[in-house]
Design a protein around this ligand. Structure first.
Ligand code: NAI
Length: 293
């Protein structure tokens, strides 16, 4: 099945979806990129086009290959256009209800052998699969941010994910030149199970006045050799995304140690969502060159 995948659907043209669509077209696939917000599609197209142009400038791609790749991309707002897809990966808002509705709609539209993948950071693949009549063909395909740059893809096997679906998804990730790790379907999977409590603890460290945000980030960068401090990373990921993952860990694992820090909750309530809003823990409006990743 891995080699039979030719047409990919990417749903959600935000930070993650635009990067996944870029990987698809650069590696020879036809990609339908769908977003229900036309402005998001326009932004995604611009982002993909300029990012691929940078590959040309660096000598990683010829101008002809760039043009070919762009021709393989089709932006749409109509789910029906995804009928011909062999593999669909969604990267829409991190909400179980919204993702379930999308999976149920896709189930009715896609051809029988098509695989449905979710880039969810934390929602149960088993529960998403239960919204379809093809639970064996539902899988988690968790890219890291930004997808064209980060080397890892975490594949999550739901309770019913078949071996064929897992192998096809792994083969696809390898066509994208990614290293694959496999997780069973428990809250947070591998990476976020470990990363998000660390970010949450950094918020508690700030909230309880232990140190300034700069010292917390510098401490973790230079003290543990992380490329970014945890608060800086939270701004990069999106504070809303971090908060919703903490809530999933708290609900799914039932331990008070996963309670989101009140400061994280307050920032999200205030609309301080990180770089994408120009302000999160840090204020990027004063240094506009930092707003764009
Ligand atoms: P984003 O907010 O940048 O983009 C989401 C896009 O989905 C928006 O353009 C929105 O218009 C669109 N959308 C929302 N509902 C839709 C629907 N029903 N149909 C079609 N389009 C819809 O979000 P981001 O950061 O790209 O995250 C997307 C997913 O990827 C989430 O599930 C998130 O947990 C996951 N993820 C995020 C990472 C990050 O660092 N931001 C890392 C790995 C996974």
């Amino acid at each position: 099945m891995g080699e039979m995948i030719k047409v990919i659907g990417v749903i959600g043209g935000g930070q993650m979806g635009s990067g996944i669509a870029q990987l698809g077209i650069v590696h020879g696939f036809h990609v339908y990129l769908l977003d229900n917000d036309p402005a998001a599609l326009g932004k995604a197209l611009h982002l993909i086009s300029s990012s691929i142009q940078r590959l040309v400038s660096k000598g990683n791609l010829s101008q002809a290959e760039r043009d070919e790749a762009m021709r393989r991309l089709r932006c749409t707002s109509s789910l029906d256009e995804l009928r011909s897809c062999d593999f669909v990966v969604e990267a829409i808002v991190e909400s179980e209800d919204v993702k379930k509705k999308l999976f149920s709609d896709l189930d009715g539209i896609l051809k029988a052998p098509a695989i449905l993948a979710s880039n969810t950071s934390s929602i149960s693949i088993t529960r998403l699969a239960s919204a379809t009549r093809r639970p064996g063909q539902v899988v988690g395909m968790h890219f890291m941010n930004p997808p064209p740059v980060m080397k890892l893809v975490e594949i999550i096997r739901g309770a019913d994910t078949s071996d064929e679906t897992f192998s096809a998804t792994k083969a696809l990730a390898e066509r994208f030149r990614k290293t694959v790790i496999c997780s069973n379907d428990y809250s947070g999977f591998i990476v976020n199970r470990i990363l998000m409590p660390m970010i949450n603890e950094a918020f508690y460290t700030l909230y309880t006045g232990v140190a300034t945000k700069e010292d917390i980030d510098t401490g973790m960068k230079l003290g543990t050799n992380h490329p970014m401090g945890p608060l800086e990373l939270a701004d990069f990921i999106g504070l809303d995304v971090c908060l919703s993952i903490m809530r999933v860990l708290q609900d799914g694992l039932g331990d008070a140690k996963y309670a989101p820090c009140p400061l994280l909750v307050q920032y999200v309530d205030a609309g301080r969502l990180g770089r994408k809003r120009g302000i999160g823990v840090y204020d990027y409006r004063k240094t506009p060159e930092l707003v764009k990743p």
